[in-house]
Design a protein around this ligand. Structure first.
Ligand SMILES: [Zn+2]
Length: 92
């Protein structure tokens, strides 16, 4: 499968703002919000990101998908702060 974000590689999850610290591949899963990155590229409608983010933060209390990577002092407020800091405005 062709990566659909080749022209605009990203290092941050567009749903939760997690910093992968390397170019994200479509087959990656986000360790923070748990989203499969292949579904969440530039060509997705903004509402897809908003819905996925709300589900993660409101329904799952912003718990990390990979629990051992979750900071000890993690909170819903920190999740929102990460989104605001790292997700481009057009996907917020
Ligand atoms: Zn994420």
């Amino acid at each position: 499968m062709q990566a659909s974000n080749n022209e605009n590689p990203r290092t941050h999850c567009l749903v939760c703002g997690f910093d992968f610290q390397e170019i994200i591949l479509p087959e990656d899963d986000c360790p923070c919000c748990g989203m499969h990155m292949g579904f969440y590229w530039e060509n997705c409608h903004k509402s897809s990101f908003i819905e996925a983010r709300q589900e993660w933060i409101e329904d799952r209390n912003a718990q990390w998908d990979v629990g051992e990577m979750q900071p000890a002092d993690w909170s819903v407020d920190k999740a929102w702060a990460q989104v605001r800091a790292n997700v481009p405005k057009k996907f917020q």
